[in-house]
Design a protein. Structure first.
Length: 110
């Protein structure tokens, strides 16, 4: 499978092309970095902004992230975990695999 890299980049005067794991990683990052209602024709695409939310249960956020990723990237199997670190930040770990590949991980802070 081939597609354009995320974020967009130039390689030898053309748009850089991503394959397999790099392509899926780009799809995941695109979904995570897009807020709901940011895309006009896909208002549910993306992650809800939790910036001013009082987060009581991180598992609710982790399950909503997993559900959204599974909806928009059905070729990939996801496991999402979250915790609140000592600084009070919400840490989210996204583990993903496709076609019996080795699991990969993305870690980000809300």
């Amino acid at each position: 499978m081939k597609g354009v890299t995320f974020p967009l980049s130039i390689s030898k005067g053309n748009l850089a092309v991503a394959t397999d794991a790099e392509l899926f990683r780009g799809h995941i990052l695109s979904w995570l970095k897009t807020e709901n209602f940011e895309r006009v024709m896909r208002p549910e695409y993306g992650l809800k902004d939790y910036l001013f939310e009082s987060i009581q249960d991180i598992s609710f956020i982790a399950s909503s992230i997993k559900s959204g990723l599974e909806t928009y990237i059905p070729e990939v199997t996801f496991e999402v975990e979250g915790n609140i670190n000592d600084l009070g930040e919400s840490e989210i770990n996204v583990y993903w695999t496709y076609d019996d590949s080795d699991p990969a991980q993305l870690r980000f802070i809300l």
